[in-house]
Write a protein that binds this ligand. Structure first.
Ligand code: SF4
Ligand code: SF4
Length: 147
């Protein structure tokens, strides 16, 4: 298949079917940074207080919440580390059974609540529709309106 057609199909599939805004590129370097010093979201909101976290643990059996420990907090929310992370071996202690949130990390949703990739992460996100394309679309629309 011609590269241009392949790119158009790929773009359509990601934006219209998967509803994505970014292509995820790269791979995991197994640095373990995303297992430590992390914010955690519950029902779309970053967990902000220890009391809130204790309540979540009482009502939600999702195993991940029972394997993370609060190690700090800042203006954004509580900061956790995962008990399953082996700091010496730099490996997840139960990689095969790791929760779905870890299997899918990093998903582009992390941007939607203001988080970023960990420094040095081997993944990257590239906008599917480039800034130049957006600009071109906007100027095309404004020209049409002016006529
Ligand atoms: S921060 Fe990125 S490179 Fe490091 S372990 Fe997590 S996904 Fe892999
Ligand atoms: S379960 Fe494993 S992969 Fe997930 S945060 Fe914990 S140590 Fe990392």
């Amino acid at each position: 298949m011609f590269p241009k057609i392949r790119n158009t199909i790929k773009k359509y599939y990601h934006t219209k079917i998967l509803k994505k805004k970014y292509y995820r590129t790269g791979s995991c370097l197994k640095c373990g940074a995303c297992c430590q010093n992390i914010y955690v979201r519950h029902c779309g909101k970053v967990i902000k207080t220890k009391e809130e976290f204790e309540e979540i643990k009482k009502t939600d059996n999702y195993s991940f919440y029972h394997h993370i420990t609060v190690i700090g907090e800042d203006d954004f929310g509580l900061i956790f580390e995962c008990d399953w992370y082996d700091k010496e071996k730099k490996l997840c202690k139960d990689h095969k059974k790791r929760p779905s949130i870890c299997k899918n990390y990093p998903s582009e949703e992390i941007f939607s609540f203001g988080a970023q990739l960990q420094e040095g992460c081997g993944f990257d996100f590239k906008p599917i529709v480039s800034f130049d394309e957006v600009l071109a679309r906007i100027s095309k629309k404004s020209k049409i309106k002016l006529r």
